[in-house]
Design a protein around this ligand. Sequence first.
Ligand SMILES: Nc1nc2c(ncn2[C@@H]2O[C@H](COP(=O)(O)OP(=O)(O)OP(=O)(O)O)[C@@H](O)[C@H]2O)c(=O)[nH]1
Ligand SMILES: [Mg+2]
Length: 285
Amino acid sequence: MISLEPSLCSFSSHCSFVLCRFSSSALSGVPCSPTEQFPRNSRRVVVLGAPRVGKTSIVRRFLREDFEERYEPTREDFHRKLYHIRGEAYQIDILDPAGEREFPAKRRLTILTGDIFLLVLSLDDRASFDEARSLRSEISQAKSALLRCPAEGARVPVVVCANKADLPAEERAVSRAELLRAFGGKDTACTLFETSAKEGDETLERAFEALAARAGLPVETGPSHHRRVSLRSYRRLGGGGRKAEAHASPCGALHPLARRPSMNADLRLVLATHGKKRTSKPAKK
Ligand SMILES: Nc1nc2c(ncn2[C@@H]2O[C@H](COP(=O)(O)OP(=O)(O)OP(=O)(O)O)[C@@H](O)[C@H]2O)c(=O)[nH]1
Ligand SMILES: [Mg+2]
């Protein structure tokens, strides 16, 4: 069983230098409109997996950017996408926190703040399959410790992308049967796809749809289901009225300057959730 409090506390004290470097604004480094600051329909997607498996390439596809052949290791990326869909505002934050392998406490905090997880492995990399399996159980254990329920009861939504499906069959190091055994079992909170970020194929599109479904968000948040607009246009639509009606088709804007909330904000969020669970009494019948 994970002992949550001590690790978070030691994390907090070790990272005080990091806290100073971040803005005190909990949500981003730039001013946001009130609906962006306290979005009702907001979810954080955390992308995890071994290095070089295609995490950033998949995120780029989600953001409708082109595939990049050249490999550049990620230090930490944070993206925020805002949507207007059928009169409602939605927000998806995507955290691509590569480079946390050496910092278990930071990784645990990252996991605890995630609402939904995109777990990526590469079909030509056996070690990435093992790492995905161990990350999956780390996610379940961390979340179940937070929610104080057995690991199998936490039912954390996870979408697994077994990536680089475009590579020749002889380079494949993980069989379909093994993938199904590891990620395709009875746990319906986990969905498995064999994807190619390189080809940006239909399977990847379905993986994004599953991500939306698992997160309880409309399918229009998927990259091919909405119009892309600038943040300025998006904010104008937020004012409502005739203009908003005129642009009633689903649209989404990428926040160009969004930054990961401070470690302090993340820590508070987790501790608040944890405290609430611990003190909440069973409802009276
Ligand atoms: N053939 C093929 N190559 C891919 C695919 N996805 C990513 N790549 C390549 O694999 C390399 C690593 O991709 P990234 O997206 O940077 O991998 P990552 O998991 O984000 O790597 P880190 O940031 O180091 O953790 C790059 O050279 C990509 O061009 C894919 O679906 N097929
Ligand atoms: Mg990356």
